[in-house]
Design a protein around this ligand. Structure first.
Ligand code: GDP
Ligand code: MG
Length: 177
C-alpha cells in the first residue's frame, strides 16, 4: 500500500495533438486552471499540467501534455509521445483543413504509441456554431471509422472540456485495472 494509504497510485500521461490554433493550449488551461486566453501565443505554454481526478472513487493523476507550439514546425518529438496512454486529437469545427489533418496526426500517434492508447477525437470551438464547417455527423463518422471516442468542446464557454478528459482517463483506467 502506498504512502497515501489508498493502495496503488495512478499517473496517466495524456497527450493533446492537432494542428496549430485549434485550441489545444486553451483546452488544457480550461481543464487544469479553468482559464481561457483569447490571444494565446502559440509559443507560450508549459510542457504539461497534472490534474488530480476522481475515477470510480480512485484518485488518478492525469498528466496532460501540451505541444507548446512545436506542431507549427511539424516536429512534435517522439519524447512528447513516449509513455502516453491517452490522446486527444483536436480539430477546429470552423476550419476543414484541421479536420483533414486528423488522419496525419493519427498516423503519427500510431507510430509512437501502441494500439491500446485511448483516443478521443475532439471538435473544438463548438461556440462558433454560426461559422461551423464540419458537422457533428461528419466528426462522428470519422471517429467511428478510426475507432475513436468523439466529443465536441468549447474551451471558450467550457462546454464538455472536463468530459473530454474524463472519458479518456476513465478508458485508460478500465484498461489497466
Ligand atoms: P493551439 O495552437 O492549438 O494551442 O491553440 P490555442 O489554444 O493557442 O488557441 C488558438 C486560438 O483559438 C486562440 O485565439 C484562442 O483564444 C482560440 N480558441 C481556443 N479555443 C477556442 C474555443 O473553444 N472557442 C473559440 N471561439 N476560440 C477558441
Ligand atoms: Mg498551443
Amino acid at each position: 500500500e502506498g504512502a497515501g494509504g489508498g493502495g496503488e497510485e495512478y499517473l496517466f500521461k495524456i497527450v493533446v495533438i492537432g494542428d496549430s490554433a485549434v485550441g489545444k493550449s486553451n483546452l488544457l488551461s480550461r481543464f487544469a486552471r479553468d482559464e481561457f486566453d483569447l490571444h494565446s501565443k502559440a509559443t507560450i505554454g508549459v510542457e504539461f499540467q497534472t490534474q488530480v481526478m476522481d475515477i470510480d472513487g480512485k484518485e488518478i493523476k492525469a498528466q496532460v501534455w501540451d505541444t507548446a507550439g512545436q506542431e507549427r514546425f511539424r516536429a512534435v518529438t517522439s519524447a512528447y509521445y513516449r509513455g502516453a496512454v491517452g490522446a486527444l486529437i483536436v480539430y477546429d469545427i470552423t476550419r476543414r483543413s484541421t479536420f483533414v489533418s486528423v488522419k496525419r496526426w493519427l498516423d503519427e500517434l500510431n507510430i509512437h504509441c501502441d494500439t491500446t492508447t485511448a483516443k478521443m477525437l475532439v471538435g473544438n470551438k463548438s461556440d462558433l456554431e454560426n461559422i461551423r464547417d464540419i458537422s457533428v455527423d461528419e466528426g462522428k463518422r470519422l471517429a467511428e471509422e478510426e475507432g475513436l471516442f468523439f466529443i465536441e468542446t468549447s474551451a471558450l464557454d467550457s462546454r464538455n472540456v472536463k468530459e473530454a478528459f474524463q472519458i479518456v482517463v476513465q478508458e485508460v483506467y478500465s484498461n489497466v485495472r
